[in-house]
Design a protein around this ligand. Structure first.
Ligand code: TLP
Length: 362
């Protein structure tokens, strides 16, 4: 059973993925209770499963990745504290400034390399002296896979190097693992091999894993006890949430290994786009389910114009990334035939535009 707009081929994000038939069945028959009392058996089962998969003691079901990250930050840090993070990471760029707006935690952004890595020595250098003029360094935030850099799957060695600096300086580490399982499947390692270096991790059920709603925050028993109170304060205490958690259990049990298919579909797309004159793409950077690509300099139209044409002409939706760039994301509901439609649709749109009057793109 497909979702609301089956005629649409949607590459904008894996967040657009619909729940699978198995999820809908599990949701319809889920056993539920009041989760604020800790009495929803299906939420409890999901949390135990998530803790197990990430090698942590405990877990907390939250409404979204953004909520999971915010709950984690507010559990680790408070007003006047500082969090060191990548300048293009999701928490800094795409979460409404929530750590500062709601928690009084200031971000300390550092540059990242082509894969999304901060330099561990820059992390160490960013730690503040103990001086009443300065914020208190409290936390390092890492992300895996790294969304702004091709969704690149970062390896355990990177997190080990960050952990070394964090521990030396008494900092906690939180991982935004929205696509943690993409990162683990791409590297053919257990998720726990990536999360063992961090104190807490959020991963999303509602992206490539196809659940309709939800993320899970994992950490120590004491951390999760404190996080539960912060989640309640943010209005995230849900009642018969087992209806949602049921889909999450299916996501973790049935949808993780198949992420490898999304990764090969993404590579297939990148290889196809690489053949098109007018498109610049680096297929070798495509290791998970994201393809970032750009218009060559001789194309006088903006990515918005091209994306609109692609939607009108072929029913294909793609995300734009700045005036010249795009992001296409593969997921369960995108197959090789959709990729072929994307590549031929893009070729047709570019050739039709070439025959029309150019419009300024700036
Ligand atoms: N990312 C969304 C958009 O917000 C950009 C997407 O389409 O990729 N961490 C990372 C790395 C994410 O990519 C996202 C969502 C989140 C956290 C937030 O998750 P939600 O949307 O559940 O709050």
């Amino acid at each position: 059973m497909r979702g609301f707009a089956p005629e649409r081929i949607d590459f904008r994000s894996d967040t657009v993925s619909w729940p699978t038939p198995a999820m809908r069945e599990a949701m319809a028959t889920a056993r539920v209770g009041d989760d604020v009392y800790g009495e929803d058996p299906t939420v409890n089962e999901l949390e135990a499963l998530a803790a197990h998969k990430t090698g942590k003691e405990a877990a907390l079901f939250v409404a979204s990745g953004t909520m999971g990250n915010l709950v984690a930050i507010l559990t680790h840090a408070g007003r006047g504290d500082e969090a060191i993070l990548g300048a293009d990471c999701h928490v800094f760029s795409w979460e409404a400034g929530s750590m500062a707006a709601l928690g009084g935690v200031t971000p300390y952004p550092l540059p990242t390399d082509q894969f999304g890595r901060m330099d561990p020595s820059a992390v160490a250098a960013a730690v503040r002296d103990d001086d009443p003029h300065l914020p208190r360094s409290r936390l390092v935030l890492v992300e895996n896979s790294y969304g702004a850099k091709h969704g690149y799957p970062l390896p355990p060695a990177y997190f080990a190097a960050i952990e070394k600096e964090a521990r030396r300086n008494g900092l906690a580490i939180h991982m935004d693992g929205a696509r943690l399982f993409n990162a683990s499947v791409a590297q053919q390692i257990d998720a726990a091999e990536l999360t063992r270096y961090v104190d807490s991790v959020t991963f999303c059920l509602s992206k490539g894993l196809c659940a309709p709603v939800g993320s899970v925050l994992c950490g120590s028993i004491e951390f999760i006890r404190n996080a539960r109170r912060i989640r309640k304060a943010l209005g995230g205490g849900m009642r018969q949430a087992g209806i949602l958690a049921a889909a999450g259990i299916v996501a973790l049990n049935e949808m993780v290994e198949r992420l490898a298919d999304d990764h090969s579909t993404a590579r297939f797309l990148a290889d196809g786009l690489a053949e098109l004159p007018g498109i610049r793409v680096a297929p070798e950077m495509v290791r998970t389910n994201m393809v970032f690509f750009e218009l060559a300099d001789d194309i006088p139209w903006s990515s918005d114009v091209i994306a609109d044409r692609l939607r009108e002409a072929a029913g294909i939706w793609v995300g734009t990334n700045g005036p010249r760039g795009f992001r296409a994301v593969t997921h369960y509901w995108i197959g090789p035939h959709d990729v072929r439609a994307f590549v031929s649709g893009m070729a047709e749109v570019l050739s039709a535009l070439r025959q029309s009057e150019p419009v300024a793109w700036v």
